[in-house]
Write a protein that binds this ligand. Structure first.
Ligand SMILES: [Zn+2]
Ligand SMILES: [Zn+2]
Length: 267
């Protein structure tokens, strides 16, 4: 999607098992969450989203799986921005960190100042070394949560991202499509496990614990191309949102095209 971006927002450049990246920006300064696309493709999508003037001041990484880190090294070197992740994630990133300008450890629960945002990492539940999600708070107190690649909603996640204005939440698979789909049994098991990925239904259930009346935009993330359909993910999140009496917009991020969401003031 090409659009005229607002002064502040979040652009989901790509989302899914073939690459993830999201750019959160405010007043011309931004932070990239993950770069699982090639650096060239990430920059092409930033241009497509109309955000080529945003100065990316940090790359924060959720976990070391290649769909989240494949382009980190080249992009970090090209733009001179430091890479942030938990210590155990950095230890697993090896070649992805060679010659990057700076590498910084994030400790879950600690607040970091990155670009114009206060950023806090929280632990997720996934088969990686020490995976995290992130909550960004801008200078006007608006909160953006990104929770992807987690098999369950833990207490820690719920506490960290309750009360967001914009919430990106994993809606990886439709349970029946996964069950009846082509994946081998061990992989189905891995995806469904507590350290796998959230289904549409579990994402909808999670909203019950996470939503407040500030929540104006919900974005389904990391949809499987094999085991999900955007219509199903949107329906599940939309039904959960309506049952909570919210009038939030519901979108799903795509593997192929950027989705740009504005951050508007809390009602
Ligand atoms: Zn992933
Ligand atoms: Zn992963």
């Amino acid at each position: 999607m090409t659009s005229l971006p607002q002064d502040s927002g979040i652009a989901f450049l790509a989302s899914g098992s073939r690459g993830n990246a999201a750019l959160i920006y405010d007043g011309g300064r931004g932070v990239l969450v993950d770069c699982g696309l090639s650096a060239r493709e990430a920059r092409r999508r930033i241009d497509d989203a109309g955000l080529s003037d945003v100065r990316i001041e940090a790359l924060v990484v959720t976990h070391e799986h290649s769909d989240h880190v494949a382009g980190v090294r080249v992009l970090s070197r090209a733009i001179g921005a430091p890479v942030y992740a938990t210590r155990a994630t950095l230890a697993r990133m090896d070649a992805h960190l060679v010659d990057v300008p700076d590498v910084c450890v994030i400790r879950p629960g600690e607040t970091l100042a990155l670009a114009t945002f206060s950023v806090v990492a929280f632990r997720t539940s996934h088969d990686a070394a020490d995976p995290v999600g992130y909550v960004f708070e801008d200078t006007r107190g608006r909160r953006i949560g990104i929770m992807t690649d987690t098999g369950v909603l833990t207490e820690e996640i719920a506490e960290a991202i309750a009360g967001c204005d914009v919430l990106g939440i994993e809606a990886n698979h439709d349970y029946d499509m996964l069950e009846n789909g082509p994946y081998p049994g061990f992989l189905k098991q891995r995806i469904r496990s507590d350290r796998g990925h959230l289904s549409n239904r579990s994402a909808g259930d999670a909203l019950e614990r996470l939503a407040s009346d500030r929540l104006h935009t919900i974005v389904g993330l990391h949809l499987s191309e094999q085991n999900n359909h955007p219509r199903l993910a949107r329906a599940s999140l939309g039904a959960a949102s309506r049952s909570l009496g919210l009038s939030a917009e519901v979108h799903v991020a795509s593997q192929r095209t950027p989705l740009v969401c504005a951050i508007v003031n809390a009602r």
